[in-house]
Design a protein around this ligand. Structure first.
Ligand code: SAM
Length: 196
């Protein structure tokens, strides 16, 4: 791990990340899980120089785009990790260290037989909550009404986070999928939970 490379290179996939080594400072750390092409991550990191943001994405082409745009924008508070989100959350995040985890438009897996593939399951929520610091939060956004229902149920069943009012998202950069769905006139569902 080193502070000048936009990509997180893991020396050991069983060793948890060290934020100070990765970012070179002690700023609060936020996550963008399933970052896509990084439209949100890049704009948000620029908008919030006071935080560090780790974008997690499994598709190589998308990760390469984020790397290039991070380097071009000379952003030192954004890093990208090419890895599976659930593994990252369970095995790589230091406990009680995340201030905000953003999950935006995760793959909805609309067919019933694929629902178990949805990211938001009670075990995942428990793992994520273990990484969130007290007072930190999970922000979830989806265009898919049924996924929104099951995600809320997963958090309720996990019994580790408390529902909170929506955050003020009016100044948040739009994700790439948000822009597409807005253009199609699709509704967006949002929920926020806090770790007490
Ligand atoms: C529907 S896209 C949304 C992208 C972005 N958040 C946005 O709103 O524009 C979902 C993204 O999550 C990534 N993804 C899906 N499952 C993942 C997983 N298990 N681990 C890491 N990334 C994943 C996909 O490759 C894709 O880029």
């Amino acid at each position: 791990m080193n502070a000048s490379n936009p990509s997180v290179v893991l020396a050991d996939i069983c060793q948890r990340l060290d934020w100070r080594t990765l970012f070179g400072n002690e700023q609060p750390v936020e996550l963008d899980l399933g970052a896509g092409d990084g439209g949100f991550a890049l704009a948000y990191a620029q908008q919030h120089p006071e935080i560090n943001l780790l974008a997690v994405e499994r598709l190589l082409g998308r990760v390469r785009k984020i790397e290039k745009r991070t380097t071009r924008g000379k952003l030192t508070n954004l890093k990208v990790l090419r890895l599976e989100t659930a593994y990252t959350v369970r095995y790589l995040l230091p406990p009680h260290s995340i201030s905000i985890a953003h999950i935006m438009f995760p793959d909805p897996w609309p067919k019933r037989r694929h629902w178990p593939r949805r990211l938001m399951q009670p075990d995942f929520v428990r793992d994520l909550a273990a990484a969130i610091r007290p007072g930190g939060e999970l922000r979830f956004t989806t265009d898919h009404a049924h996924y929104f229902e099951t995600a809320q149920q997963a958090v309720t069943d996990a019994k580790v986070l408390e529902r909170a009012p929506e955050w003020d998202w009016s100044t948040d950069p739009k994700t790439d999928f948000q822009q597409t769905f807005d253009a199609e006139g699709r509704a967006t569902h949002r929920a926020r939970w806090i770790k007490s």
